[in-house]
Design a protein. Structure first.
Length: 198
């Protein structure tokens, strides 16, 4: 169990913590929840850097790292649905894609044919992360205890605006497209006999 993998597991553990804190009415607990979310996100950046720098890249880490990231972002999106900021059907599509591709990766590992993350999938993850972080920031800004009522009203308007729906729709379509691309590009590789050509 490398240090990088330990950070990845810590990120998974922090997910329910930030979710429960954000569900609270107390603004200070929400602030702590946003902080926990930020810490979890930072571990996503640092564990990959640490693994590459110290040569600690493992197959377990290569599998757990994107899984932990999906868990973090999906939980954030589901929280946004719960608060009425995002449409459930789009989040379900994104989640279904991630579950399907995770299953594909597990099967590929079983077949000893690891799936390489595509550039498009990395862009998809970046877009999801930025969007999730922005909404998290808006949630914090709408607490008038911290930033005043005027900013709170503006942020609340943004959180319930159609712009979030349009942005999420674009992310959803891109996410589904990367899932289809994953399936097409890796299907033959996984089905091929692993002993062929030896």
């Amino acid at each position: 169990m490398t240090f990088s993998n330990q950070l990845t597991i810590l990120r998974i553990i922090l997910v329910p913590v930030f979710f429960v804190l954000l569900m609270q009415e107390n603004p200070w607990l929400k602030l702590v929840g946003v902080t926990v979310f930020a810490v979890a996100s930072l571990t996503d950046i640092y564990d990959g850097y640490h693994a590459r720098k110290y040569g600690q890249i493992t197959r377990l880490g290569a599998f757990l790292d994107p899984l932990a990231d999906k868990f973090l972002i999906t939980t954030a999106f589901l929280f946004y649905v719960w608060q009425g900021y995002l449409a459930l059907w789009m989040v379900l599509l994104v989640t279904a894609r991630d579950v399907l591709i995770t299953g594909l990766r597990v099967y590929a590992e079983y077949r000893n044919r690891p799936v390489v993350t595509s550039r498009e999938a990395k862009y998809k993850t970046l877009a999801q992360n930025i969007f999730a972080y922005l909404i998290m920031l808006f949630i914090l800004l709408k607490e008038d205890l911290f930033f005043g009522k005027k900013i709170a009203v503006v942020m609340n308007g943004i959180l319930h605006s159609e712009y979030l729906d349009y942005t999420m729709l674009l992310i959803t379509l891109f996410t589904v497209w990367t899932g289809v691309s994953y399936m097409v590009s890796n299907w033959n590789n996984m089905l091929r006999n692993p002993d062929a050509g030896r």
